[in-house]
Design a protein around this ligand. Structure first.
Ligand code: BES
Ligand code: MN
Ligand code: ZN
Length: 499
């Protein structure tokens, strides 16, 4: 799929389909009313027939509009003009894309980015249009023997930017939106793969592939022997029950100043979480193949970063393993020694994410990080607290937290802060070790972050709990690619733009 920038009138442009917004009740957007004039009131007539009055979710496709240069016109309901906001805009774009995907149009010209949206400029609107449109094109089903027959025809979409200054912003937005979408697509693809294919070694191969595609990414993979030498007793304790060997993947993207401190991203890569000896109930256990979505988002963000050639140093670290029960698996009550030297009583083998992350948090110090952000499908409690709308954010530096929240807000991939007060720390007390790996039923997302904080005291650090946002349940079960947009925006915000 390609995006271009045009500055032609909607009634005159030669294209497979012109896409126009209509507000409730029967209020044409500027471009739509322009089109209406060229077609001698065709849209007014159509609305009079009652086919569309501008409600959200409505679309109407008309072929061969009289007097216009296009083959089709697609009208998209945008709701009440006074209520038009980021969410409605995204919905309009998605509805338009779905309607186009269902049509035979090979190219289209969208005028939706011209709609007035409070506080949002051309760059933002075009980028969201690109990302949301591409989001509708994603298909799983590589593993179905009958390939998806709903062949899509759309190949090119032109966005309209009448002013010259808008055209520059639109070009930039297309470039950024395409790169972020490529990162999201990678994260979704890896997330959707089953655990018998997407193993720790498979993730390592994917990282190496990324390193081959982008010469500015250097990839190193540590095996269990190397981890043992480093004293990663916590990470390795999770891997004991699995026949698939664990890996620690490091991806170094050097786009910034030589010797400049990197942003470190750490992604939880549990390719299947059965719970281990503290085994999970059978119900929906298949969804625990998504327990590597933190890792997938780090791969996705690094891909976006490399495609955009961001002038920034970024290191991605992925601790990856399976969590399975076995005669050799960790048992509740086992005490392990982490790379930091701190000892951990494993009261629940299902709280494995923090065990692999803590050693990665110690390991990353060798990169002398500017800031560290870990991303993990860490707690079911976070799904209860925030649902699927926002990731949970906790950390030890207010400025870093603010930057991540702002990046999520801008990118339409929100996070919400929870407190990391010392008051919660005693929940991790253990009678036998420096700490327990679980903190009881109360405030599960916070005590998980409390655990991590004990390994991240030497640098500015934030933790994103993505258990609620990384995948969808139910009929549309599948990975979302979140929080690749948040992470990429965070990185974009940190670099001096060279354009
Ligand atoms: N991967 C899960 C978290 C999870 C659970 C994500 C359900 C999405 C849906 C994590 O490893 C886990 O099992 N966490 C436990 C922690 C508990 C034992 C303290 C949980 O949330 O139940
Ligand atoms: Mn678990
Ligand atoms: Zn897990």
């Amino acid at each position: 799929m390609r995006f271009t920038v045009k500055s032609e009138k909607p009634g005159e442009i030669k294209t497979g389909c012109v896409v126009l917004g209509v507000f409730e009740r029967r209020r044409l957007s500027e471009a739509a009313s322009d089109f209406d004039k060229t077609t001698h009131g065709m849209l007014t007539d159509l609305m009079k027939l009652g086919d569309l009055d501008g409600k959200c979710g409505q679309t109407a496709l008309v072929h061969f509009p009289r007097g216009a240069g296009c083959e089709r016109v697609l009208l998209v309901g945008c709701g009440k003009q006074a209520d038009f906001n980021d969410k409605r805009y995204r919905e309009a774009v998605v509805n338009a894309a779905n309607a186009l995907n269902g049509s035979g149009a090979k190219d289209a010209a969208s005028y939706l980015a011209e709609l007035d949206l409070k506080g949002r400029d051309t760059y933002w609107k075009v980028r969201r249009l690109v990302e949301s449109t591409l989001g509708t094109m994603y298909t799983t089903g590589e593993l179905k023997s009958e390939k998806d027959k709903t062949g899509r025809h759309l190949r090119t979409m032109a966005v309209n930017a009448p002013a010259v200054s808008d055209a520059a912003a639109a070009h930039k937005a297309i470039r950024d939106g395409m790169a972020i979408s490529a990162g999201v697509e990678l994260a979704r693809t890896l997330g959707d793969l089953p655990a018998n294919i997407c193993t720790p070694s498979y993730l390592a191969e994917q990282a190496e592939k990324l390193g081959k595609e982008h010469t500015n990414i250097k990839v190193t993979v540590l095996d269990e022997a190397a981890m043992k030498k480093l004293g990663m007793g916590a990470l390795l304790s999770v891997a004991r029950g699995s026949r698939e060997p664990a890996r620690l993947i490091c991806m170094e993207y050097r786009g910034g100043a030589k010797g400049g401190k990197p942003v470190v991203l750490i992604g939880k890569g549990v390719t299947f979480d059965s719970g281990g000896i503290s085994i999970k109930p059978a119900q929906a256990m298949d969804e625990m193949k998504f327990d590597m979505c933190g890792a997938a988002s780090v791969l996705g963000a690094l891909k976006a970063c490399a495609e955009l050639r961001l002038s920034l140093n970024v290191v991605g670290i992925i601790p990856t393993t399976e969590n399975l029960p076995d005669g050799n698996a960790s048992k509740p009550g086992d005490i392990v020694t982490s790379m930091s030297g701190q000892t951990i009583e494993v009261l629940n083998t299902d709280a494995e994410g923090r065990l692999i992350l803590c050693d990665a948090l110690s390991y990353c110090k060798k990169f002398d990080p500017e800031v560290v952000v870990d991303i993990a499908t860490l707690t079911g409690a976070c799904v209860i607290a925030l649902g699927s709308h926002a990731a949970g954010l906790l950390g030890n530096d207010d400025e870093l937290s603010r930057q991540l929240l702002a990046a999520g807000e801008y990118a339409g991939d929100r996070a919400w802060a929870l407190p990391l007060w010392d008051d919660y720390q005693p929940q991790l007390d253990s009678n036998f070790a420096d700490m327990a790996n679980v903190g009881g039923r109360e405030a599960g997302t916070i005590t998980a972050a409390c655990f991590l904080s004990r390994f991240a005291a030497d640098y500015r650090w934030a933790h994103l709990d993505i258990a609620g946002v990384a995948w969808k349940q139910g009929k549309e079960k599948g990975a979302t690619g979140r929080p690749v947009p948040l992470l990429t925006q965070f990185l974009l915000d940190r670099c001096p733009r060279n354009d």
